[in-house]
Every structure is written in structure tokens, then in C-alpha cells.
Design a protein around this ligand. Structure first.
Ligand SMILES: Nc1ncnc2c1ncn2[C@@H]1O[C@H](COP(=O)(O)OP(=O)(O)OP(=O)(O)O)[C@@H](O)[C@H]1O
Ligand SMILES: [Mg+2]
Length: 575
């Protein structure tokens, strides 16, 4: 589109002033005045004035001519043919260039005023003369830029794949090959290209497969790291291994050969731990098992098609591992991915990513050595198609009950630790402090137990108790707080070990943090039994009795945004 140009404000002001000056009846000197002045002496200053005026008028005329010229140029543009936006592809022989315009590639001339050597593939250019010549540059149009997966070289061109398996040959500008990364590009790498112009633009920095973190050595998690979940773990392991290790017989019995489960449960209850332990045990038992994990949010991209390309590249990478041995694929937070179609926050775009992951999971069917473990905090948000693809089994990983919590605390307060008093009493102290922590967290009326009051839009209210928020992560954090307190004392006054009062202090601190953790926005992640028909209006902390008077039981640490929440939720992140 031609751009409209107008005289500047200053130019307009000048034109108006000129016109006023020339027609001003009170002009200081007129020819008549000059002619009627007989006095020689009086005539001299008049002549000087006249000369100055003549010079000024000459200057005005010159400027007006300039303005006039510019206006007529603009007039030509406005009434002339429209300019066409195009995408520069490459320079061609005889000072010509190949561009993509009006839906196809074409060769055009390059106007003398345009430096063709400075143009890069993908740059926006303006065509004039019926689209026959580049006359200038314009902002590059990113419409049509897509991400594709590199397949192989085809001579000097690139064969890439995008969309639903659509293959295309891309023009590669000669200069691009000077980049060793482009020259040595590997199959599956992501490239940004202009899909319609079919030109390679750039190699995207993330290499294929980086979207899955693939650990050849699965994390060393064993049964001793997992307290009180043995039955659940064995059930999950059996479900997965029935297909993973006995795929042929499973097929013989008409069972789905897809090893997959969906672990549904609140944050921190041990879902990831289960997946890691399975990978570690498979590795120990079968020699070759890698642990691959991804949060589907990591596939997200601003580029159209890039998220799908990432999914494809990641699964391709995964397949190479699956061809060599067992793989435990852990898909975390799948509620971001497997939302009921049509309701994804990114609309059609997210739905496409989901469709792409579903297609890739289908592709895994032949690879019965990939155990897919998906996990979610919000099972009600999942697309049923996604649950089916996972293998249809939803296994709930619940919050620990008091007995399980005690077992979990045993993991985080192992026997070999210094418990006070030392010696024979050590084990007694250990049991006593685990009991004390459980009693504080699970008692219905202990000061630490009431955490928050939830008010719903229909006016109903309910109290959230500490035990409704207990998880393995929270218990690990609680044990850690007690250990740190005992250690501080150890450094300051020496001797001693962990005491019951340390765990009581830690339980109160944990309850205090829980009070600050729950909000109207996140409460659905923590409580799965909230009514679906009414909404949460507010979440207010319930302070323990006596908290208002006297010094608080715990002096809360300064809070910076989500800092403390992260610490609470992820003890590993603590300094
Ligand atoms: N059974 C358990 N025994 C001991 N500790 C546990 C147990 N389950 C969880 N934990 C502790 O909780 C931490 C967090 O567990 P994990 O990462 O598996 O939770 P998650 O269910 O995956 O949480 P999220 O939904 O937030 O990802 C573990 O690192 C571990 O310290
Ligand atoms: Mg997890």
C-alpha cells in the first residue's frame, strides 16, 4: 500500500506566511511608494529595504517550488499504482531478485536505489511497476513464518516436514551455510521457515529432544525413599510392567499393549517419585532404561506450528531411545495439555498441540517398551481422549493418612540421625517426635490444625484442616525445618540432637505457612473435593488461638512473592 505523505507543519506555516506577506496591503515597501519618492536621501533606505524584500521573496519562491515538487510526487504516489508487499527470497542473476508476492515466487528487477546485497531472505520489500521491481523495504511480514522439522538435505535445498506430515523443499540462502550449525544440521532439528515462500530463515536454537529431559541414568530413587506407599507403588508397577515386559502375552489375551497410567493427585504426594523409582528399578533389573520427563507447557511457542514441531521432534528423539531399550516417559502437569478440547486457554492452537501429542502417543503403540506415566493435579480438566490414549487407567495418589505420614516422616528422619538424648534413648525420641508431628497435623482440634476458612458464593463455608493439605513434600519440608533448628542449636551451643520440641516448632511453622499458602486461586489444586456447582468467594486464614495476643509461636520469615511457597513445596530448592 502506498504511504500518504503530507507537508510538514512547518512547511504549511511557511506557505501561509508567504501568502500573507505577498498579499499584505500594509507591506512596508511598494513600487508606487518607491516611484513617488523624489528625495534621493529618502530613496536610499527604501531601496535597501526593497532589496532585502526582493531577496526574501526570492527565497520564498524557491521554497515553494520545493514544496510543490514534493506534493506532486506524493500526488503521483496517491493516484498511481499501489505498491505490493513481498518477501525477499534471494538475489538472482542480472541484478534481479527472487521474491514471494501475491501467493507465488517470482523474479523481479531491483531499483537502482535499493541495495540488494543488504537484503536477507525473509526481509520485507515493496514492489512497484506492477510488481515488477523492488523499490524499497518494508517491515517483514511474519505471517506465513512456520516452524518445521529438518528431514534431510536434497542437494542445496532442505527437505522439511511440517503440518500434518506435510513435506516441503526449502530454498537455503548460500550465506546460511556459512553457519556451521546450519551446515551440520541434524534430522529432527527445528527450523524457522517461510512456509509459503518456501525459504529457510533460521535454525531454532533448541535441538531436537531438548524438550524432553532424558536421563540415561534414572534418578536413584528406591523403596527406602518412599514411605507408606508400597502397595500403591506395586500396583502401578504391575500395571505398567504387564505390558512393558510381557507385551506379547498381553496381546495374546487381547489386552492393550500400551503401558500407561495416569496418576491423579494433589501436589507433592509422590507422583514424580513413583515414576523415578520405576525407572530406577527397571534399569537395575533390565540394564537399559532411560527416564524422560516433560511438562507440556515446555512445548509452548509463539510461532505458529512450533509447539507441534517440538512435540514431534521430542517424540522422534524419544523413539531413538525406545528402539534401544526401555523408556519411562513421565508427562507432568498434563492438565495443561489434555484439557477438554474446545476449552483450552489457547483455543484452537492448544487443541492442535493436544491433537499432536495424541497422535504421537498413538505412534508409540508399536513401541511397547515405552511406559507412559502421566500426572495431574486436576483430573476433572482432562480430555477423555487423552485419558484413553494413556491406557485408560487412572490411579489416584491420595494424600497420606496419619499412618502413611508417619512412614513418610521415617524416611525424612532416618534412624542414623542424631536424636536427643543420644544413646539408647535415641529411637524413643525419634518415635516420639514423629508421633508428635502426626498428632499436631492430624488432630481435629489441635491449635495447628485449622488452616483456613473457605466461603463459597452460595454463602456456605467450610474449614480446611491441616491434614487435608499434608503431602510427602510438606512432611519432607517439616522434617527439614526441625533438622535445621536442631542444627542451628548444635552450632551455637554444641552437642545435642533433634528434640521433640523441634518437630513441634516445625509443625507450627508448617501450619503457619499453610495458612499463607492457600488462596482463592490455587485452592482447587490442593482440595479435590470442592463442590463443582458453586465457586469459591474467599479463603481466609484461621489463626490459632492466642495468635493475636503475645508473641507469635513462629516469627514468619520475610516473604518475597512465591519464594516461601516454593520452599515449602520443594524442599530441594531450599538453600
Ligand atoms: N512416599 C513418600 N515418602 C517420602 N517422601 C515422599 C513421599 N512422597 C513424596 N515425598 C516427598 O515429597 C517430594 C515431592 O514428591 P513428588 O515430586 O513426587 O510429588 P508430586 O506428586 O510429583 O508433586 P507435583 O504434583 O507437585 O509434581 C519428594 O521429593 C519427597 O521428598
Ligand atoms: Mg511432580
Amino acid at each position: 500500500m502506498p504511504r500518504t505523505m503530507h507537508p510538514s507543519r512547518e512547511e504549511l506555516a511557511e506557505i501561509i506566511k508567504l501568502a500573507t506577506d505577498l498579499t499584505d496591503p500594509g507591506h512596508p515597501v511598494s513600487v508606487e511608494q518607491l516611484a513617488s519618492c523624489a528625495d534621493e536621501e529618502a530613496r536610499a533606505p527604501l531601496l535597501r529595504l526593497c532589496a532585502t524584500e526582493a531577496r526574501r521573496q526570492k527565497e520564498c519562491v524557491r521554497r515553494m517550488a520545493g514544496i510543490n515538487e514534493r506534493l506532486s510526487e506524493q500526488n503521483k504516489l496517491l493516484t498511481g499504482e499501489p505498491l505490493i508487499e513481498a518477501v525477499f527470497i534471494r538475489a538472482a542473476e542480472n541484478d534481479k531478485a527472487v521474491v514471494f508476492a501475491r501467493g507465488h515466487r517470482q523474479q523481479v528487477a531491483v531499483d537502482a536505489g535499493v541495495d540488494a546485497r543488504a537484503l536477507k531472505p525473509g526481509d520485507g520489500v515493496l514492489l512497484a511497476k506492477g510488481g515488477a521491481a523492488i523499490i524499497g523495504r518494508c517491515a517483514a511480514s511474519l505471517n506465513g513464518c512456520v516452524v518445521a522439522g529438518f528431514v534431510r538435505w536434497a542437494g542445496a535445498r532442505m527437505l522439511v516436514e511440517y503440518g500434518a506430515g506435510q513435506k516441503e523443499l526449502l530454498e537455503v540462502p548460500p550465506g546460511a551455510l556459512e553457519d556451521p550449525a546450519v551446515a551440520g544440521i541434524e534430522a529432527g532439528s527445528e527450523v524457522l521457515c517461510h512456509g509459503e515462500a518456501r525459504i529457510f530463515l533460521e535454525l531454532l536454537p533448541k535441538a531436537a529432544g531438548d524438550h524432553f529431559s532424558i536421563l540415561k541414568e534414572p534418578p536413584s530413587v528406591s523403596g527406602s525413599d518412599m514411605g507408606g506407599m508400597e502397595d500403591l507403588y506395586q500396583r502401578i508397577k504391575t500395571t505398567l510392567c504387564a505390558c512393558l515386559l510381557h507385551g506379547d502375552s498381553a496381546r495374546l489375551f487381547g489386552l492393550s499393549a500400551r503401558p500407561g497410567v495416569l496418576l491423579a493427585g494433589p501436589p507433592g504426594v509422590g507422583k514424580t517419585l513413583i515414576a523415578k523409582r520405576l525407572a530406577a528399578e527397571l534399569k537395575a533389573g533390565h540394564g537399559n532404561c532411560v527416564f524422560a520427563s516433560v511438562k507440556p507447557g515446555e512445548f509452548a511457542s509463539k510461532w505458529y506450528g512450533e509447539a507441534e514441531a517440538r512435540v514431534r521432534a521430542a517424540f522422534k528423539h524419544l523413539n531413538t531411545h525406545a528402539a534401544r531399550g526401555l523408556v519411562v516417559l513421565y508427562l507432568d502437569e498434563v492438565e495443561c495439555l489434555g484439557r477438554t478440547r474446545g476449552f483450552a486457554p489457547g483455543g484452537v492452537h492448544d487443541d492442535k498441540v493436544l491433537a499432536c501429542v495424541l497422535a504421537e502417543l498413538d505412534g508409540l503403540q508399536s513401541l511397547s517398551n515405552v511406559a507412559v506415566i502421566a500426572s495431574t493435579n486436576r483430573v476433572e480438566m482432562l480430555d477423555p481422549a487423552f485419558v484413553e490414549r494413556i491406557g485408560g487407567s487412572i490411579i489416584h495418589v491420595p494424600r497420606p493418612d496419619a499412618r502413611t505420614a508417619a512412614e513418610m516422616l521415617k524416611v525424612h528422619l532416618p534412624e542414623h540421625m542424631p536424636f536427643s538424648p543420644n544413646g539408647a534413648e535415641r529411637h524413643v525420641t525419634r518415635s516420639a517426635l514423629i508421633e508428635a508431628a502426626v498428632a499436631l497435623l492430624y488432630a481435629d482440634n489441635a491449635p495447628a490444625s485449622a488452616i483456613a476458612k473457605v466461603t463459597f458464593t452460595d454463602g456456605k463455608q467450610r474449614v480446611v484442616l491441616a491434614r487435608e493439605l499434608v503431602s510427602g513434600r510438606l512432611l519432607a519440608s517439616l522434617a527439614d525445618a526441625a533438622k535445621r533448628r536442631a542444627h542451628d542449636r548444635f552450632i551455637q551451643v554444641g552437642g545435642g540432637g533433634i528434640r521433640v520440641e523441634d518437630i513441634e516448632w516445625a509443625a507450627h511453622e508448617t501450619a503457619e505457612r499453610m495458612r499463607r499458602l492457600l488462596t482463592r486461586e490455587n485452592i482447587h489444586h490442593y482440595l479435590t473435593d470442592l463442590p463443582q456447582t458453586t465457586q469459591v468467594l474467599s479463603v481466609d486464614p484461621v489463626m490459632p488461638p492466642g495468635a493475636a495476643e503475645g508473641p507469635p509461636l513462629i516469627v514468619p520469615r520475610p516473604i518475597q512473592d512465591d519464594d516461601w511457597i516454593i520452599q515449602l513445596l520443594d524442599p530441594e530448592s531450599q538453600p
